[in-house]
Design a protein. Sequence first.
Length: 105
Amino acid sequence: RWNRKVLFKTPVGDKTKAYSGIKAKLDGARLHGPLEDITVTLSGLTSESGIQKSLFLEMRKSDRLREVIAQLKTSQGSNPILQVKEIEPWSRIPERRMALVTYDP
């Protein structure tokens, strides 16, 4: 069985653009044998037709960061972005002072 996931970096509201993205992914695919059947499953469809832009630069940056993390969660199954967080700053053991935790903006 062969599965391939196609993620769009920005939402696609045109079926021609969506088809070309899927076609490009299939063109570069290497199959292990002859193709007997193909099924295409579409998910994440909405009736939204646009993206509202933020007025403030910092809000736009955090929105973009949230979008990228959501794409990474979708493609990899979990959030791979980590941050260093202070846990026990008073500890004498350096390893207890800080820890890597999942970054959630």
